[in-house]
Design a binder for this molecule. Structure first.
Ligand code: URA
Ligand code: SF4
Length: 190
């Protein structure tokens, strides 16, 4: 376990603990402020993220930015954004269970450093691993769960919203619920 994000990042950037190390361009460690009370967790880097070394910078990322901006959140000001796996799965396939297991210690260490009040799972992959194994985004999005004293919610993955824009109003409601939860439990996000 590392005490600082910078030390953990340095270690992670050299990681060879799973086969995704062989095909990545860059490790996508995570981005945001270090006193973030809200942590957002996606699945894994896509093509743009792999090229730039930063999470959610492609088309899905632009959509995510809009939802965040709607409730006065941003990676520059008051949130942290990370992924279940830090290296891109080839052709954007789902990360394999063993890849997620290999990578999870980084996310756990990031969480231990940040000690967020709220974790938002972006999509099924994160929600099933972190909230409950049978999590169904269509049924359970926007519901709040407590895990180890942290409030957790799952919502649609931005890429899923690009494929299926009909869910956008539901996603916006989830982010509005996030804003309310922030007002309830956070001390310095707004
Ligand atoms: N999709 C994700 O899950 N994470 C990213 O960083 C980009 C796209
Ligand atoms: Fe290491 Fe995670 Fe990248 Fe696998 S995905 S090589 S465990 S940083």
């Amino acid at each position: 376990m590392y005490d600082t994000m910078e030390a953990l990042r340095r270690e992670c950037l050299n990681c060879q603990k799973c086969p995704l190390a062989q095909t990545r361009t860059n490790v996508v460690f995570g981005v945001g402020v270090e006193d973030a009370e809200v942590l957002l967790i996606g699945e894994g880097p896509g093509e743009q993220e792999d090229l730039r070394g930063e999470p959610f910078v492609g088309r899905g990322g632009q959509l995510l930015e809009k939802y965040l901006a709607a409730i006065d959140l941003s990676r520059e000001k008051n949130t942290y954004i990370a992924n279940m796996v830090k290296c891109r799965p080839p052709k954007n396939r789902d990360p394999l269970p063993e890849e997620m297991e290999a990578c999870l210690p980084y996310l756990r260490n990031q969480t231990a450093i940040l000690r967020p009040k709220i974790i938002v799972c972006l999509g099924r992959i994160a929600a099933q691993k972190l909230i409950s194994p049978n999590f169904r985004v269509t049924k359970e999005h926007g519901q709040w769960f407590q895990r180890n004293g942290v409030w957790m919610m799952g919502t649609f993955h931005p890429a899923a919203l690009l494929r299926n824009p009909r869910n956008k109003p539901d996603a916006l409601e989830d982010f509005q619920s996030l804003r309310e939860k922030i007002h309830e439990v956070c001390t310095h996000t707004y």
